[in-house]
Design a protein around this ligand. Structure first.
Ligand code: SAM
Length: 232
């Protein structure tokens, strides 16, 4: 491969690590598996942002929507929802669920780094558990993506593994992932790392996800960090 530009370089680095589509298609094949987020509850922090009206119904893009549990909640709350995932299996499951709930969502099966949307921009971009599965060099593409598709004054949220948490969250140096040719099940993030990475955005909140064993209507896991930023 002849590297001619940044994108060629990112693709070269991608090729050193696992190709994600096959992995996620296999992951979503069996819907009965005991995976915490194979459920129909929306994330606890998302519910709070909507109930407190921090985020008001408008155009929202969900990145890595999985089975659609958060996209469906947002559609039920009156948002105009576009939801993207690179796994066909996940998107088919999400479409089924949206039909059952009788909500209208634009689902797109695509890797976000190949995505070309006609949209003039979204008021809110939501990511629950996708960012921590991206390789270090793709953080650069990710921030470009957010800047491209988020309107000025728009919000975006991430929920990610904390470092060395119960469910994952590797805390190696960025260099080590390429040496090992593995993301070790997902990268862990601290409040400080997220503040550095998203320093061009206004921090609204960064906190631990609330563990919601007792709340049957919301989803929350320990050892996750959730954050809300605003594009200024
Ligand atoms: C841990 S799962 C979370 C799914 C969903 N957000 C949830 O919380 O139930 C991560 C999701 O991100 C998707 N994903 C990973 N990398 C992606 C990429 N580059 N573009 C689009 N989707 C991606 C995977 O297919 C998977 O569905």
């Amino acid at each position: 491969m002849l590297v001619k530009n940044n994108e060629d370089l990112y693709e070269l680095l991608d090729s050193l690590l696992r190709e994600p589509t096959e992995f996620w298609d296999t992951f979503y094949k069996d819907k009965e598996r005991n995976v915490p987020f194979f459920c129909d509850r929306p994330d606890e922090h998302l519910v709070k942002y909507i109930e407190k009206e921090t985020i008001k119904p408008h155009n929202v893009l969900e990145i890595g929507c999985g089975n659609g549990r958060n996209a469906i909640y947002l559609a039920q709350k009156g948002f105009n929802v576009t939801a993207v995932d690179l796994s066909q299996q996940a998107i088919e499951w999400a479409k089924e669920q949206a039909n059952v709930q009788n909500v209208n969502i634009q689902f797109i099966c695509e890797n976000i780094f190949n995505l070309k949307l006609e949209s003039k921009g979204f008021d809110y971009i939501y990511d629950s558990g996708c960012f921590h599965h991206l390789s270090p060099h793709r953080r650069v593409s990710y921030i470009q993506f957010i800047n491209k598709y988020l309107k000025n004054n728009g919000y975006f949220s991430i929920s990610a593994f904390k470092e060395n948490g119960k469910y994952g969250g590797a805390s190696l140096s960025d260099q080590q992932y390429y040496i090992d040719r593995s993301l070790h099940g997902g990268l862990g993030y601290s409040k400080e790392k997220l503040q550095i990475l998203f320093s061009d955005f206004q921090e609204i909140e960064i906190r631990d996800m609330q563990h919601n064993n007792l709340n049957q209507n919301e989803f929350g896991l320990e050892d996750f960090i959730v954050c809300l930023f605003r594009k200024i």
